[in-house]
Design a protein around this ligand. Structure first.
Ligand SMILES: C[S@@+](CC[C@H](N)C(=O)[O-])C[C@H]1O[C@@H](n2cnc3c(N)ncnc32)[C@H](O)[C@@H]1O
Length: 410
């Protein structure tokens, strides 16, 4: 008998002795093969494992949550997974093949054979019987496989509460879920980012007056004109350049810009890439005085510099002054990060990190500029620490998101 208690429980119930053996194995060793569910929590594969867990009172067992499969793909998945594992009698197998031919007669024998894990000749033999019995019409053309494997988004969890979170995260991500195996925390971070970005409903608004934080949509090469920044009016340029080698071409312009807008003794502090650092140093030193290198560090894995097989655990920060060093505040040249915020921009810096450098190189009431705003962490840190801010980004949605971020803080 073929049961239908779930749309994907397509095979006969296990005989009692086989189910008891499975249950005993789970009692002794736990669930070794994850139960497979979709993003709605419907079980695709592993009904017997689930039933055994229920009867044993086990709530935490491995679950693989899949997202992005059509109903037909879920059925195919369930069938193939079950058929290759289960020892069916010849009669049971033919019954399942017949059920699938009746359901989708237009699929070629080859395709159905692939789904069911049997040869196309076996499917053809069952089809002939059904045609002869008048149960399906004889077709002259069939739909073949498209040959494509559709990758799906997957999260594997080991606790019931985590499986619920995986389901919610995948449902919330919908089409935006990357088609690969994801870590639960990474998926949840993507959901938060999606939610935040979807809250950016308003367009970028050009600042009108002398607000304490002014964010502009323009290239930094135009910022002085667009924002009417007086020469020698800025206390600190605190920024974070793109880390690719191409950006070095803009470094001389950044140095010139900073030399014009900074007060005498004002500081430029920029996070930089390990690879583009020599170019950044060379270009910025043409216009400003190099003072020190500092580090923003973290524990654990970081981006890998493949040519060097180097796992990075720190980002260098180059510190320059416009003329003499006049600051008397003592500062530490390493900030160790323990968080991983990325809700507003893919290259977003940690707020505590930015606040560390802001405190080191500026005072309350000072004017701070970030000409490469990204997620505008510098603007938020300035607002929190009582500095005035002016900055820009060449991408309008970054500026709109930055304005939203400041509105949420206010
Ligand atoms: C590394 S990200 C900054 C990330 C930022 N520190 C944060 O915490 O979110 C650099 C930003 O510079 C912007 N950018 C690149 N070239 C630019 C230019 N010429 N003028 C203005 N913005 C530029 C990019 O759009 C990107 O958002």
């Amino acid at each position: 008998m073929i049961t239908a208690s779930s749309p994907y429980q397509l095979l006969p119930e296990l005989p009692a002795w086989e189910f008891d053996a499975l249950k005993e194995s789970i009692r002794r060793h736990g669930v070794l093969l994850p139960v497979v569910k979709d993003e709605l929590g419907t079980t695709i594969d592993g009904h017997h494992r689930e039933r055994a867990c229920r009867e044993l009172g086990l709530v935490n067992y491995p679950i693989m949550t899949l997202a992005g499969l059509s109903k037909a793909e879920k059925r195919d998945h369930a069938l193939l997974l079950n058929l290759v594992r289960r020892k069916l009698t010849r009669k049971q197998l033919r019954e399942i093949i017949a059920a699938e031919i009746r359901r989708t007669p237009e699929l070629s024998n080859n395709w159905l054979g692939g789904i069911l894990g049997v040869s196309k000749n076996t499917v053809a033999a069952v089809r002939t019987q059904l045609e002869e019995a008048g149960e399906v019409v004889k077709l002259t053309s069939f739909k073949g496989r498209d040959g494509k494997q559709h990758p799906v988004a997957k999260i594997i969890t080991h606790r019931a509460t985590h499986a619920d979170r995986a389901r919610l995260a995948l449902a919330a991500l919908g089409k935006d879920a990357p088609r690969k195996t994801l870590e639960l925390r990474l998926a949840e971070r993507r959901v938060r980012k999606k939610e935040r970005l979807s809250r950016v409903v308003q367009d970028y608004e050009r600042p009108q007056g002398d607000e304490t934080a002014r964010l502009f949509h323009c290239r930094f090469q135009e910022l002085e004109q667009v924002a009417a920044i007086e020469p020698g009016s800025v206390d600190l340029v605190l920024t974070d350049v793109p880390y690719d080698l191409d950006f070095v071409q803009q470094a001389a312009e950044l140095g010139k810009f900073a030399a014009r807008v900074l007060k005498l003794g004002g500081v430029l502090s920029t996070y930089t890439g390990v690879i583009n650092m020599p170019g950044m140093l060379e270009e910025l030193s043409r216009h400003l005085t190099y003072r020190a290198v500092a580090f923003s560090s973290w524990s654990g894995e970081g981006p890998v510099l493949h040519q060097l097989q180097c796992v990075t655990q720190a980002t260098p920060i180059l510190i320059f002054s416009n003329g003499p060093w006049v600051r008397t505040t003592r500062w530490y040249n390493d900030f160790h990060n323990t968080t991983g915020e990325q809700e507003w921009h893919p290259w977003q810096k940690q707020l505590a990190d930015v606040e560390h450098w802001l405190t080191a190189f500026s005072d309350e009431g000072d004017l701070v500029c970030d000409p490469l705003g990204g997620g505008f962490t510098t603007a938020l840190a300035s607002a929190r620490l009582g500095r005035r801010f002016v900055g820009c980004d060449c991408e309008e949605r970054n500026v709109a998101a930055g304005q939203q971020r400041l509105r949420e803080f206010a």
